[in-house]
Design a protein around this ligand. Structure first.
Ligand SMILES: NC(=O)c1ccc[n+]([C@@H]2O[C@H](COP(=O)([O-])OP(=O)(O)OC[C@H]3O[C@@H](n4cnc5c(N)ncnc54)[C@H](OP(=O)(O)O)[C@@H]3O)[C@@H](O)[C@H]2O)c1
Length: 299
C-alpha cells in the first residue's frame, strides 16, 4: 500500500537520506520534507498550520530535525529544550491526530558513558550534557503523547553534510595542499558506533514496515573510537602515510563532556528483523557515494 511521508528537518544528514529513500521507493509518496526555514518545528502555530495545509493525509511523519550542536546546547539550553524536547511532542501529537505513524530519533548521549557492555534500551540513562538531557526529555514526551510512535536512539551519525568525517577529510586536504603540516590528532578513548544516515533511514523504514512501536537502538554494527574512524577515512582517502596521533578526551577541552563509552546494543531491533551492517562497510559506502566529501573534492 502506498504511504504518504512527511520528513521534518529535510535538509539535515538524516533528513536527506530519508528524502532520497522515499523518492526512490515506488510504494511511497513524499508529501513534504520542509527544512528549518520552511518549518520551525519548535513553533506551535507553524506546526499547526503545516499539518492543516497538507493536501493529503500523511501515513508516516519522520522527525529528522534536532538541535544537534552538542557544545552549542550548553549555552543555549532553552533553545535545546524547545527543539529537542517540546517540538517532538508537538509533532507526535499532530501526527497522532492526523492518524500518521510518528518516527523520532534520539541519541546515545542519553547515557553517562561508564558502561562496560553495550547499552540496552532498558538500561538506566544519565545524560552528561544539555543536549543529552533535552533529547531524553524529547523521548519521554513522544512516548507519552503517542504510544504507537517509534523512538530510535542512534550514534555518531555521518551523511550528506558536515560531520566528523568531513572534518577529518578537510584536514587531509589541508595537509595535501601544504597549508598545514604535521600529524592529525584524534581522540582515542571514546568508544561508540559510527552510523551512516542512509542505513539509519532504511532501518527506520523497515521498523515502521514491521509494525514496530516503542524505543529502539539503531546504529551500525561493531565498535570504534574516533581515532579508528579517522584512520579508516584517511586510508580510504589514499593518505596511508599521514600520521594520526591518539589523544584523549582530557586533552581536548570542550564545553560539553562526552561519554567515554556509548556503544548501543541493537539486539531489540535485530529481533524485529532489522540489523545494520558493520560501521567499516557503512563508512566505505559513504566515502564512495556521491554525497561523500571525497566525491566533492575533499581529502
Ligand atoms: N549527528 C549525530 O552524530 C547524531 C548522533 C546521535 C543522534 N543524532 C540524532 O539524529 C537525528 C538526525 O541528526 P542529523 O545528524 O541528521 O542532524 P543534522 O544534520 O544536524 O540535521 C538536523 C536538521 O534539523 C534542522 N533543525 C534544527 N532546528 C530546527 C527547527 N527548530 N525546526 C526545523 N528544523 C530544525 C537543522 O537545520 P539548520 O541546520 O538549518 O538549523 C538540520 O537541517 C537527530 O535527532 C539527532 O539528535 C545525531
Amino acid at each position: 500500500m502506498a504511504k504518504n511521508w512527511i520528513i521534518t528537518g529535510g535538509n539535515g544528514q538524516l533528513g536527506r537520506a530519508f528524502v532520497e529513500a522515499v523518492a526512490a521507493s515506488p510504494d511511497d509518496v513524499l508529501l513534504g520534507a520542509p527544512d528549518h526555514a520552511a518549518l520551525d518545528i519548535a513553533d506551535p502555530e507553524a506546526v499547526k498550520r503545516f499539518f492543516g495545509e497538507l493536501s493529503e493525509t500523511p501515513s508516516v511523519v519522520a522527525n529528522a530535525a534536532a538541535y544537534t550542536n552538542v557544545d552549542g546546547c550548553e549555552s543555549e539550553r532553552e533553545l535545546a529544550y524547545r527543539v529537542n524536547a517540546e517540538a517532538p511532542e508537538l509533532l507526535a501529537r499532530a501526527s497522532r491526530d492526523a492518524g500518521a505513524k510518528f518516527l523520532h530519533v534520539s541519541t546515545d548521549y542519553v547515557f553517562p558513558g561508564d558502561g562496560t557492555r553495550p547499552y540496552r534500551e532498558s538500561d538506566a540513562t544519565g545524560p552528561l550534557t544539555v543536549y543529552g538531557a533535552s533529547k531524553l526529555e524529547g523521548e519521554c514526551r513522544v512516548a507519552e503523547a503517542d504510544a504507537g510512535a517509534i523512538v530510535a536512539r542512534t550514534s555518531w551519525v555521518f551523511g550528506h553534510g558536515k560531520n566528523f568525517i568531513s572534518a577529518i577529510l578537510g584536514q587531509v586536504a589541508l595537509r595535501r595542499s601544504g597549508e598545514v603540516s604535521g600529524p592529525l590528532a584524534v581522540v582515542a578513548d571514546q568508544k561508540g558506533r559510527p552510523t551512516y544516515a542512509v542505513d539509519l533511514a532504511s532501518a527506520l523504514r523497515d521498523l515502521e514496515a514491521a509494525g514496530a512501536s516503542g524505543l529502539f537502538h539503531l546504529s551500525n554494527d561493531g565498535e570504534a573510537t574516533w581515532w579508528d574512524l579517522a584512520r579508516l577515512c584517511v586510508d580510504e582517502a589514499g593518505a596511508p602515510e599521514l600520521v594520526v596521533e591518539r589523544t584523549d578526551t582530557d586533552a581536548s577541552a570542550r564545553p560539553a563532556p562526552r561519554p567515554l563509552y556509548s556503544v548501543l546494543d541493537c539486539s531489540k531491533a535485530r529481533a524485529h528483523g532489522v540489523a545494520l551492517r558493520d560501521w567499516r562497510d557503512a563508512t566505505r559506502a559513504y566515502l564512495h557515494s556521491p554525497a561523500s566529501p571525497l566525491a566533492q573534492g575533499a581529502g
